[in-house]
Design a protein around this ligand. Structure first.
Ligand SMILES: O=C(O)c1ccccc1NCC(=O)[C@H](O)[C@H](O)COP(=O)(O)O
Length: 211
């Protein structure tokens, strides 16, 4: 029996405006990312998260992004989120102690053992694999060597880092990720999404089938 074709899910990240949420949902995004780390040009605060979260219709996952932030801050934001994405050096114990589902973001620094990380973060719903730039926890706009991703990782893989409508089809065919994640590749400026780029990205994903 032929393997079922897998639909690659899509997360549009770094949303700061209601109109961009509408554009991403209309284009078919499965998840929306909100950066809660104040060091990012795409960051929003809790009050804005509450307003933006209310704009997200059901069956679209609301993901909050954090970098080594306190459990209290994450818990306060969790009421507006369905999932948190942890980009820092959070321990597995700290992640497991949260009151919300979580995914662990791993920046692909040299020598990273993804099998060991999948075992370490056994409670993660998925691993988000992202480019590594020293001092930049995410949103680099850069790709990494996708051949470093093992085919048999024990966790669903969300591929991130420098994806665009131009390279996402190749990324899906080579990596066959559970999902892809994009921020800079669909922007007119940091935190300002471009609806046409969002549509082009989602169209490329939907026309690319990974067995
Ligand atoms: O996007 C940010 O500014 C950011 C800052 C701090 C932590 C995480 C951040 N983004 C995380 C994401 O999930 C991005 O979508 C991912 O890094 C890919 O970004 P890009 O390479 O621009 O597509």
């Amino acid at each position: 029996m032929k393997a079922p074709l897998q639909r690659t899910r899509v997360k549009i990240c770094g949303l700061t405006r209601e109109e961009d949420i509408e554009a991403a949902v209309a284009a078919g995004a499965d998840a929306l990312g909100f950066v809660m780390w104040p060091g990012s040009a795409r960051a929003i605060d809790e009050a804005r998260l509450a307003r933006l979260s209310a704009c997200v219709p059901p069956f679209v996952t609301r993901v909050g992004l954090f970098v080594d932030q306190s459990e209290d801050e994450i818990r306060r934001c969790a009421r507006y989120l369905d999932l948190v994405q942890l980009h820092g050096d959070e321990t597995a114990e700290a992640c497991a102690h949260l009151n919300v589902s979580w995914i662990k973001a791993l920046r692909m620094r040299d020598g990273l053992d993804l099998h060991a990380e999948a075992a370490r973060y056994a409670g993660a719903r998925a691993l988000l694999l992202d480019a590594y730039r020293p001092g930049i926890p995410g949103g680099t706009g850069e790709t990494f060597d996708w051949s470093r991703i093992p085919a048999n990782l024990a966790k669903p893989v969300i591929l991130a880092g420098g994806l665009t409508a131009t390279n996402v089809a190749e990324a899906i065919q080579r990596v066959r990720p559970y999902a892809v994640d994009v921020s800079g590749g669909v922007e007119a400026a940091k935190g300002v999404k471009d609806p046409a780029s969002i549509r082009a990205f989602l169209s490329q994903v939907s026309h690319t089938q990974a067995p």
